[in-house]
Design a protein around this ligand. Sequence first.
Ligand code: BGC
Length: 671
Amino acid sequence: MNEEEIDEFVKKLIPQLALKEKVYLMSGHQFYKTLLKDRKIGVRPYSAGGVKRFGIPPFMFTDGPRGVIIPGSTCFPVSMARAATWDIQLEEEVGEAIGKEARAHGANLYGGVCINLLRNPAWGRAQETYGEDPCLLGEMGAALVRGVQKHNVMATIKHFVANSIEFSRFKVNVLMDERTLREVYLPHFKRCIDEGCATVMSAYNKLRGEYCGHNAYLLRKILKNDWNFQGFVHSDWMHGVYNTVKGINGGLDVEMPRAKYYGRRLIKAIKNGLISSELIDDSVVRIIHTTLKFTTKQDSQMYHSDLIGCEQHIQLARKVAEKSMVLLKNENNILPFDINKIKKLAIIGKLADLKNTGDHGSSYVRQRNIVTPLQGIKNHIGDAFDTIYNDSSNRKNALKLAKDVDAAIIVVGYTYKDEGEYIKQYPRKVGDRLDINLKSKEIQLIKAISQVNPNFVVVLVGGSAILMKEWKDEVPAILMGWYSGMEGGNALADILFGKINPSGKLPFTVPKDASHLPYFNAHIDEIEYGYYHGYTKFEKENLEPDFSFGFGLSYTQYEYKNLHIETINEEIIANVEVTNKGKRAGEEIVQLYVGFENSHIDRPIKLLKGFKRVSLEPNETKKVQIELNKKDLAWYNPESKSWEIEKIKYSIYIGPSSKFEDLLKTEILIN
Ligand code: BGC
């Protein structure tokens, strides 16, 4: 059916629906029954909605930012790693693969587009999102939505909004002023809504004193009114709604995963006149309309079970992992290691031999075939030379080994036991990080190895920034390897031995000291989120990070030249020439920032407003064009309650990272 046919159908249907049927549409079903049957979470999609009598299918929910969580699915690198690719097309491909696998599993609602802004790397679920910048978050989120929805799977963006502390997520009240909300925490959600995202998941936490699931300002005023969102809003899982009337008045259309405050209580509240029937009908129209839009559209292919974890998707997971790893340091070009010059290689650290794909909460993809770093390295070098593994539990032995080899690879960092979703049922320690440093044992190990062998690389595993100040100067090479999915070990080996030229760039700032970050407390009841965080905070306060937002090295070097700007009506087009000056082909991520130094109000020094990934052969030059719209220069004026464009001179910066020294600059006058 097309939109008009659906409209027509729904209009005729509403008067024929019994109250019970309407209310049935507005919640999840059989959650506990499914749980009991499987004795596990995430084994099959959870159903909600649907009206049997009129052939309205239920929506079948599945999770997971790094792939469909149902057993056997392809496990991709976590979203934070994918953000480091800055590759929108590739993210759309990931979305397509996820969409196909979701359909093959019988799901039609995918709750895996997490676009909460990374405010502090201690947040346990940082790995599920795309970093600290609204522009990057919005573009990557929109790409995932596009990909998934191509296969008639409704995408859900989550968690709306300001969900970025794990332990206190069920109770914390997040305060922020209107500019911070509109300019910092909402633009990426708006970007995905404009892309046509079908559904929104409300967050557990409160915003300005009201639970997000009850929050009429957020759900009714901003989302449904200001942004003209036509889809439906569903709650986050077990504690997303606390009151029937507040949920409905707040704009929450569907209670997931079961009817606790909706269902029978909702029928009673309607009968008692506590809720207007127009509001119920509005939700029902949204739910049926959205469901039919996706379930009646012609599929472009069949979705057989052999798509699940298929070879093509596994190869995609590998490609993404290759493009995501960020080379942070490479003194004297010790990387890539030359296979011909090594006779003996040490691989050190227990994480090298661990199937470690990240969080074990709602984003946990049940996939057994994980290539660990150790396995990937062995696959790569075959029996070209000796590789010796040491898990570093005995430091003396690890050191002895490091001393005795030509090169060493040390794999350190985190697992789901250090960071991830906080799940009450399990007595294990997950949730926000206790510390954003490496463990002191790992730091001591790195320092000790640096004394006995200068030819080594530290590979970091984790979902967001890890402090490096304490040991960074003592090591020649550092690679951010992330939770890199089922093919991560192979991708890592390809990079370390030079088959692949690293090209990832940081989607966040790495501070020298945790005190430079916005205040974070996992056990807090109330917190104020300020206007500045990440690179905007560092720049405003003149703080020097250890590694800047957007930074990442390559085995080749790029040169930027001839930046010039054209304006055509509302479009601003930045042109720059990028040349590969080295001897290897590579891919560069060209970044455009707008500077607000001349602003009459308090604004960030600069903001990312566009980016492009380009591939360049040695000596090749490409003209890169990045377009923006004058609207992208606007700020939100809380007094006029509107977006305004200042008539001033703006700086346009283009280059390989957010570091000022790296950027070419020009100016444009808007009048
Ligand atoms: C998480 C959501 C997830 C849901 C369903 C919740 O606890 O916060 O992100 O989609 O569970 O698994």
